[in-house]
Design a protein around this ligand. Structure first.
Ligand SMILES: Cc1cc2nc3c(=O)[nH]c(=O)nc-3n(C[C@H](O)[C@H](O)[C@H](O)COP(=O)(O)O)c2cc1C
Length: 325
């Protein structure tokens, strides 16, 4: 049995969906309510050709927003049928969410939806306190429940990964298109609705964590001798195949993971430099011995600082309803 949604309900769902993370806060999505289902579309005009030549990270971002929308729709009191790539004739329609019979909202759904407003990408150093094993297992379960795999990068693999991240980023920074994008997506205007404000970045990014974070500056970075103190958990989301639907699945897995992490009092940031370009991604997969395809690497730990939120585009730019006459 399908249920019809009121415009206010659709608006509430999409207000939450757009809180999902996206590559450079590009928010490459569109939503349409067709009277039956909420459609989640890729907006390919917002693809970042330098950092994301194939649109893989765009699809992960949209997958994350689709998962947020599905959870928010559940919190409106419905069972939800989520179909990924429902129509081969419309390949940019990445997911379709159909509200089914009404149901009672459970406490976990409520808590995860609440976490959408609390989660931000955390780029400062973590507290050295380790994450308990059972919490890491819960996060892995959240990823597995979305049909993706996980790998914890540990021991001997960690220094190797740091080298891969540094090399990949150094090579990207030689590409003028990559640098131009970084510049364009750093946004400090008072009324900015997209991009990353400096307040969300840390000034000496590569030095505060043992894992080199993406450097969002375009000039040379002054090296300050700040000791790296944290030892974050490094969790890699993987998929068995590497098609558009797998990228959307990785985005849904990322959303579940981040919301469960927030609920557990953790902070996280994607660290994707060595996954941006396909040759680096293949090398990373090979050197880490990944079974399948690496999609997203996340650094997780207990935060020591408050990270400000990033802006979002107004819904009038991203949500449409059927035309009325
Ligand atoms: C696919 C993907 C890749 C990302 N890669 C990075 C990254 O390499 N470094 C980084 O600092 N943030 C990365 N981010 C985080 C985005 O910059 C962040 O989600 C966006 O600026 C919105 O901010 P928020 O997450 O605080 O809401 C990535 C996000 C996504 C979805």
């Amino acid at each position: 049995m399908r249920s019809q949604l009121l415009p206010d309900q659709v608006t509430r769902v999409v207000e939450r969906a757009v809180l999902a993370p996206s590559i450079h806060n590009s928010q490459p999505w569109r939503f349409h309510y067709d009277g039956d289902a909420i459609e989640v579309w890729a907006d390919r005009s917002r693809r970042l050709a330098g950092v994301d030549p194939t649109g893989r990270q765009l699809a992960i971002s949209v997958g994350g927003a689709a998962e947020y929308a599905a959870l928010a729709l559940r919190a409106e009191g419905y069972d939800v049928h989520c179909e990924v790539l429902p129509d081969p004739e419309r390949p940019d329609l990445l997911a379709q969410l159909t509200p089914l019979r009404p149901h009672t909202v459970d406490a976990v759904t409520r808590a995860l939806v609440h976490c959408m407003t609390r989660r931000t990408t955390y780029r400062a150093a973590f507290d050295p306190r380790p994450i308990p094993e059972h919490t890491v297992e819960k996060l892995r379960d959240a990823v597995h429940s979305a049909g993706c795999g996980t790998m914890i990068v540990s021991g001997e693999q960690r220094p190797g990964l740091v080298v891969l991240l540094e090399r990949a980023e150094a090579s990207e920074r030689r590409d003028p298109r990559y640098r131009e994008e970084l510049n364009r997506w750093r946004s400090n205007a008072a009324h900015a609705t997209e991009g990353i404000p400096d307040s969300a970045l840390v000034s000496n990014a590569s030095r505060v964590s043992r894992v080199p974070l993406r450097n969002f500056t375009t000039g040379d970075v002054a090296v300050v001798d700040t000791p790296a103190v944290d030892e974050p958990v490094l969790l890699l989301i993987t998929t068995t195949a590497d098609e558009l639907g797998d990228w959307v699945a990785a985005g849904r897995a990322m959303a579940r993971l981040l919301l469960h992490a927030t609920a557990a009092g953790l902070q996280a940031s994607p660290v994707t430099q060595s996954l941006d370009q396909d040759t680096d991604r293949a090398r990373t997969g090979h050197e880490l011995g990944v079974v399948g395809h690496p999609q997203l690497l996340l650094r997780l730990g207990y935060g020591t600082a408050v990270t400000p939120s990033t802006p979002r585009r107004p819904l009038r730019e991203t949500l449409t309803f059927p035309a009325t006459n």
